[in-house]
Design a binder for this molecule. Structure first.
Ligand code: TPP
Ligand code: MG
Length: 380
């Protein structure tokens, strides 16, 4: 007798009383991306929040332009611009409490800066200077993560550990549309839902993973629909509507903090620039597509809504732009200074107890540096 022939061992048809373990309908995303700016509900958003969001959007766009210019001047090895995606960046950077944690990817410099990270420190990694470039504990911003989606299980682990310790901490993890095809995305969402971890996943669907468009990335109805398979709610939001992204994230953060478990938010947006300064986007997408998205610009959408409510005038726009110019000037000044680095620090923060190989390599480098110092001393 085979296993399948044993009575009751294998039941391919469900028994009569079968029910879904979780109701699927409440987890499903809306049919259309949620919008707030330009709707009647926008009248209820706090003026202070809108003014803050506007200032950060304008500063964020200027930051992207300045960082891209620094790549041309040889001051940065590479820069992945988030122009067009500033609404997602700023909302993610401002929505958390100080005690929470942000887990960004390489494109999420603006989210880290909006959360309080020094604008120069946020570029240290891309300049190739020093480890992750900043102390992650200072602002509770994990290192800007280049291996796709690996930040997601880290976020879940931190959030779960915080809950076990009784700490009131929510983790917000950012990932791109391409990152949702990674095994780490699956593992993170599965664990988060099973453990009801206080974590929020924000997918910035900017249409592309380098040159791969979303249609070649997934056959899912939307990326937000993936949430249902894990047993968490999926929310679909207009990623260029900063008020909508902020509100949807704030609700997900509240839910996580209250013990309600994780949420997957898909923000539909667009990468206006190439993947990085090293990419030529005209090879794989028409200008007309970029222009269509420029007509749905996050800063213009917010400015129109704020002018309608008389929360912004020409003077307000000018003040925000001046603040952005000061940020860019500071970035230029400090990025044009050569960093003074100690090569021996390469060996720090790698292992708590240095391995024998690393000890050997450190000794070799020390000897080479000492020999160089002796030689240059002789030349003087
Ligand atoms: C594990 C892994 N595989 C491949 C890459 C190479 N890579 C860098 S960015 C990128 C595209 C990612 O696209 P997406 O997740 O949509 O993020 P976006 O760049 O659009 O913000 C790829 C494949 C990587 N960094 N890590
Ligand atoms: Mg993408």
């Amino acid at each position: 007798m085979t296993v399948l022939e044993q009575p009751g061992a294998y039941r391919p048809t469900p028994p009569p009383g079968w029910q879904p373990r979780v109701e699927a309908a409440p987890l499903l995303p809306d049919a259309e991306p949620y919008r707030l700016l330009g709707t009647a509900a926008a009248a209820d958003i706090s003026p202070d929040l809108l003014i803050r969001l506007h200032r950060e959007l304008v500063r964020g766009r200027r930051y992207n332009a300045q960082a891209t210019a620094l790549t041309r001047q040889g001051r940065l090895a590479v820069y992945p611009s988030s122009t067009g995606q500033e609404a997602c960046q700023v909302a993610a950077g401002l929505v958390l409490e100080d005690r929470d944690w942000l887990f960004p990817s390489y494109r999420d410099t603006l989210a880290a800066v909006a959360r309080g990270l020094d604008p120069v420190d946020a570029l240290t990694l891309l300049r190739g200077d020093w480890h992750s470039g900043y102390d992650p504990h200072e602002h509770r911003v994990a290192p800007l993560c280049t291996p796709l989606a690996t930040q997601l299980p880290h976020a879940v682990g931190l959030a779960h550990a915080a809950r076990l310790k009784g700490d009131d901490v929510v983790a917000l993890a950012l990932v791109g549309d391409g990152g949702t095809s990674e095994g780490d995305f699956h593992e993170a969402l599965n664990f988060a839902a099973v453990w009801r971890a206080p974590v929020v996943f924000l997918v910035q669907n900017n249409g592309f993973a380098i040159s791969v468009p979303l249609a070649k990335q997934t056959a899912a109805p939307s990326l937000a629909h993936k949430a249902v398979g894990y047993g968490m709610p999926g929310r679909l939001v207009d990623g260029n509507d900063v008020a909508a992204v902020h509100q949807v994230l704030a609700e997900a953060v509240r839910r996580a903090r209250g013990g309600g478990g994780p949420t997957l938010v898909e923000a539909v947006t667009y990468r206006i620039e190439a993947h990085t300064n090293a990419d030529d986007a005209t090879r794989y997408r028409p200008d007309s597509e970029v222009e269509a998205w420029q007509a749905h610009d996050p800063i213009a959408l917010l400015e129109d809504a704020m002018r309608d409510r008389r929360l912004l005038d020409d003077e307000g726009v000018r003040a925000a732009r001046e603040s952005a110019e000061r940020l860019a000037a500071d970035l230029r000044t400090r990025m044009h200074q050569d960093a003074v680095l100690d090569p021996m620090e390469l060996f720090e923060h790698v292992y708590a107890d240095r391995t024998s190989q690393l000890r050997e390599q450190a000794a070799q480098l020390r000897a080479e540096l000492d020999a160089e110092a002796d030689d240059s001393g002789k030349g003087e």
